[in-house]
Design a protein around this ligand. Structure first.
Ligand code: NAD
Length: 484
């Protein structure tokens, strides 16, 4: 990236592209080189105050628009987002280190998600209830007002851009992107400024404590939608509860199992273990199936295939279409992954491949780590139980017995996704029922299907996204009794 391409970002508050009031900035580096490639304003509570005020003032007019009018505005925004896709992609690849092939899906998915919710406005129906003959009893769904959306570093443009559900439901929003990969949100701010009425969507860039916390605790923000880690999710619930009763939805982490039964095809399993681990995101995707439960009968065969396939991943420039894996997103994540490699060794897991910085001049700087596989992982080990959010797969041996498989699958505090591998339809449906996870693939991994609810059981979250329920979650129900 040349000096010319340096991203000098602004926030979006009340339709205006602005700097932080106190003049602070957050630099952002290319994780492949550690070179600073842009900056965004470092918002503080004063900027959050301005953004929430702008959203609050824009709300009545926005909520008064007809569904057709709102949909028209959102579809135009989605169109502009798609048109600016290549520009967004260029920045996003550099700022995140995710591969261009993977990131292309994120932009397409953001556009699709907005179009989907734009079409659902008139489905936000109430009910009439025949509770008594003297009255007409009915309900209607109303927006909350200002929604605060706080999103993580791993799919920055997808999560920042997909505000279709809250906005179509008649809310206005303040979005806080991650400080680790904020540059695409600066381009997004320009697109939103051009296409959305002032104040309906505001973007404040800043860190968690400086900007996220004031947003959570702002008295005018009744509805908070958070995507991120379990510890931050808990902190947000606590912080919200300190000031008021708020509706907080949480899309959190996972330690997701791939449950393989003895009749599965070894090569198909190995190929999908790699795909499900999301090495193209360096494992930094919440739905990654990072625990592979293999029965005795397939263990050595599948493990050898996983090793070969992992070692065949081409690591390099994330902007190159042929690259299979780039660097990790940021220093904190990188150091965390390195720590977990040490922990894996200390706890007695067997390193099968990876675990090192790749060799060669281009890998000397930056957050590079080889895709890594540990075998003989057992439930007492931390790499079995804890979310690493890095390119580290844990392969676990089990007897082949159904009860063992389900016990191991469920033996973690998380419950986001699970992947089940068998050709036996009864086994598959039984396992899909018994596994404690919100999103289950049978003979599949990774893919999201718009219209189907994504979200976690257990500590992986509260609420569902990517479906009509998400939109309902941005409304409150009012019941009315009219005496006849
Ligand atoms: P994180 O929890 O560290 O940060 C997420 C966001 O919260 C950031 O914008 C951060 O600035 C903000 N934040 C931090 N502290 C805050 C506070 N006290 N108050 C308000 N805001 C605060 O997460 P991350 O490292 O950016 O992302 C990785 C995590 O996100 C992983 O655990 C991953 O599984 C999870 N994730 C979940 C989903 C899902 O859909 N379930 C999707 C993507 C990522």
């Amino acid at each position: 990236m040349t000096q010319q391409d340096f991203v000098d970002g602004r926030m979006l508050i009340g339709g205006k592209l602005v700097e932080a009031r106190d003049g602070g900035w957050l630099p952002s580096a290319d994780p492949a080189t550690e070179e600073v490639i842009g900056r965004v304003p470092a918002a503080t509570a004063a900027d959050v105050q301005s953004a929430v005020t702008a959203a609050h003032e824009a709300w009545p007019e926005w909520a008064a628009l007809s569904m057709v009018q709102r949909a028209r505005i959102l579809k135009n925004y989605a169109r502009r987002l798609a048109e600016e896709g290549e520009r967004l992609l260029a920045v996003e690849v550099r700022d995140t280190g995710n591969t261009i092939a993977k990131l292309r899906h994120d932009i397409a998915n953001a556009v699709r998600g907005i179009e989907y919710f734009a079409g659902l406005g008139t489905e936000l129906k109430g009910e009439t209830v025949p509770a008594s003959g003297e009255y007409l009893h009915y309900s209607e769904r109303q927006p909350y007002g200002v929604v605060g959306r706080i999103v993580p570093f791993n799919h920055p443009i997808l999560f920042a851009a997909k505000f279709g559900a809250p906005v179509m439901a008649g809310n206005t929003v303040v979005i806080k992107p991650s400080e680790q990969s904020p540059l695409s949100s600066a381009l997004l701010a320009e697109i939103v400024a051009e296409t959305m009425p002032p104040g309906v969507v505001n973007i404040v860039t800043g860190d968690g404590v400086g900007a996220g916390l004031p947003l959570v605790q702002h008295p005018l923000v009744k509805r908070i939608s958070f995507i991120g880690s379990v510890p931050t999710g808990l902190a947000i619930q606590r912080a919200a509860a300190e000031v008021a009763v708020k509706h907080v939805s949480l899309e959190l982490g996972g330690k997701n199992p791939m449950v393989v039964f003895p009749d599965a095809d070894p090569d198909e399993v190995a190929a999908n273990a790699i795909a499900g681990m999301n090495f193209g995101w360096m494992g930094q995707s919440c739905g990654s199936t990072s625990r592979i439960l293999l029965p005795d009968a397939l263990y050595d065969d599948v493990l050898a295939r996983i090793k070969a396939r992992t070692e065949a991943i081409v690591q390099g420039d994330p902007a190159d279409e042929a690259t299979g894996a780039g660097p990790m997103n940021n220093r904190g994540q990188y150091e965390k992954a390195l720590r977990y490699i040490e922990i894996g060794h200390e706890d007695g897991a067997r390193l099968v491949t990876g675990g090192q910085r790749p060799e060669g001049p281009r890998f000397e700087r930056g957050y590079w780590l080889q895709p890594t596989v540990f075998a003989d992982v057992t439930p007492n080990m931390r790499i079995f139980r804890e979310e690493i959010f890095g390119p580290i797969m844990s392969v676990v041996r089990y007897s082949g017995d159904y009860a063992d498989a389900i016990r191991l699958a469920n033996d973690v505090e998380y419950g986001l996704t699970a992947s089940i591998w068998t050709n036996d339809i009864r086994l598959a449906t039984r396992a899909a029922r018994d596994v404690r996870a919100g999103y289950v693939w049978v003979n599949g991994v990774s893919r999201h299907f718009l219209g189907t609810g994504f979200g976690g059981f257990k500590n992986s979250g509260v609420g569902r996204e990517e479906c009509f329920d998400e939109m309902l979650g941005y409304t409150e129900t009012k019941t009315v009794h009219v005496r006849l």
